[in-house]
Design a protein around this ligand. Structure first.
Ligand SMILES: [Zn+2]
Length: 242
């Protein structure tokens, strides 16, 4: 968009969707930018649904860098300090408020605990300090997690069947399919490991930075999951604006 197009898109009924991802190790078969690709797909699918409600929706350039402490020791992972993440999200919200947007929606599928805590902190600061509605569906919490696959809910939700399927649907040329097909299942639960105080993928039982069942991924599942993610974003925004 040009600045004049962005000016005309603001005002009552305007929703700016910020895809938030990470640059982080995702097994031997997926690119570092996997969570950015997923967030962009969620944003696109959510925007299509919100537009049918008569809202003026735009998708912002992605926030690709964030906290990724669980992957910090894997090459290619570029992790930010939590306070940096909070400041970036709050500053983006401040600019949106200045320019008259009505709402910010965060499209996110990166589940690192420091990252999720940073986004929650930023959302709380925006609610306290800015005249801007903000919607954030934390997929690691109810009710949203209940809408996602068995593998996701088991906690084996990093670079497994769930995420690999979405990249197969969105950017198939980026999946190393022969590596993917050869990966043995890793049912270790990342969410349980986080509750048990583990601090990185290696400690959590994922020495190659993947969990779950990546060899079972399909583009068909990925397309279906993107629709569910879009519906979740749509519902979170609709509830926030109600
Ligand atoms: Zn991911």
């Amino acid at each position: 968009m040009t600045w004049e197009e962005a000016r005309d898109a603001a005002g009552p009924g305007s929703v700016a969707i910020l895809p938030v991802g990470a640059i982080e190790a995702h097994g031997p078969h997926l690119p570092l930018e996997t969570d950015v690709i997923i967030a962009q797909a969620m944003a696109r699918a959510g925007a299509a649904r919100l537009a049918t409600r008569g809202l003026r929706v735009l998708v912002l350039p992605s926030l690709a860098y964030t906290s990724a402490g669980f992957a910090r020791d894997f090459a290619g992972t570029l992790s930010l300090r939590p306070e940096t993440v909070v400041a970036m999200v709050v500053d983006i919200a401040g600019s949106l408020t200045r320019h008259g947007y009505a709402a910010l929606a965060i499209a996110n599928a990166h589940l690192d605990p420091d990252h999720l805590a940073s986004i929650e902190t930023a959302v709380n600061q925006i609610r306290r300090g800015l005249r801007l509605r903000v919607a954030f569906a934390n997929l690691a919490t109810k009710p949203w997690a209940l809408r996602l696959s068995d593998e996701f809910r088991s906690g084996a939700c990093h670079a497994g069947q769930f995420e690999t399927s979405i990249v197969l649907a969105e950017r198939p040329e980026l999946v190393r399919t022969s590596a993917m097909a050869a990966l043995p299942p890793n049912p270790a639960s990342l969410s349980r490991a986080i509750r048990d105080g583990k601090m990185d993928f290696e400690e959590a039982g994922g020495p190659r930075a993947y969990f779950g069942y990546p060899a079972q991924a399909t583009a068909e599942e990925g397309r279906a999951t993107v629709e569910v993610l879009g519906a979740i974003l749509d519902e979170a925004v609709t509830a926030e604006l109600a």
